[in-house]
Write a protein that binds this ligand. Structure first.
Ligand SMILES: [Zn+2]
Length: 202
């Protein structure tokens, strides 16, 4: 490829990196024209980050065959037919996506920040660990986690509660929770945002 004549797009370079990693016996010797033709024909076939996220979501919960992700349409149909308590894995109203968010680094940081602000004590009854007593504290969302995705990591929306006080809240363990009406687009947006934030932190 003559310098200054062709502009190698990132896609072409990515292709080249893949080809260069192949053992030499498997490398097909192609002319520059052939390579260019192939890379043009493959243009736009690389999944965008959004497509990859959609695929990851589509794969969630597909335990039948993880190698064959279901299409988004199929996932939507299945999710509509299995909404709420009809879902076989329904537990405390926590969807697989919410499980991921709750297990995320950002959620851990949010939780720790809420505890710290509240001096590691239940804000309702004041109980805390110390003097040989261990108290398990929960970081609770004032505005429920399921219905306010934009406030999931807002420190102001968190409060430290001991388990017995937490049980008195309306949202404890999905109590009184309506079915998750978050659309796939909103979930994608949340996941995208989460990824961006996680990258910032790392
Ligand atoms: Zn308490």
């Amino acid at each position: 490829m003559a310098k200054g004549v062709y502009t190698r797009t990132e896609k072409v370079r990515a292709n080249m990196r893949i080809v260069n990693k192949l053992p030499s016996r498997l490398r097909i010797i192609m002319s520059e024209e052939q390579k260019e033709k192939i890379s043009k024909s493959k243009k736009g076939k690389f999944p965008t980050p959004e497509t990859r996220l959609k695929l990851s979501i589509a794969k969630l919960g597909n335990t039948n065959n993880p190698r064959l992700p279901r299409s988004l349409e199929t996932r939507k149909k299945i999710s509509n037919s299995l909404k709420g308590e009809k879902a076989p894995n329904w537990k405390d109203g926590i969807s697989p996506l919410n499980k991921i968010i709750r297990g995320s680094l950002e959620h851990k940081i949010w939780r720790e920040s809420v505890f710290k602000r509240d001096n590691y004590a239940c804000i309702w009854c004041g109980t805390k660990s110390g003097n040989g007593k261990a108290v398990i504290l929960n970081a609770d969302h004032v505005k429920p986690f399921a219905h306010y995705p934009e406030l999931r990591f807002a420190i102001d929306n968190g409060r430290t509660l001991c388990i017995s006080c937490h049980k008195k809240t309306d949202s404890y363990a999905g109590k009184g929770k309506k079915e998750d009406t978050t659309s796939m687009e909103e979930k994608l947006e949340a996941l995208n945002k989460l990824n961006k934030e996680a990258i910032k932190i790392i």
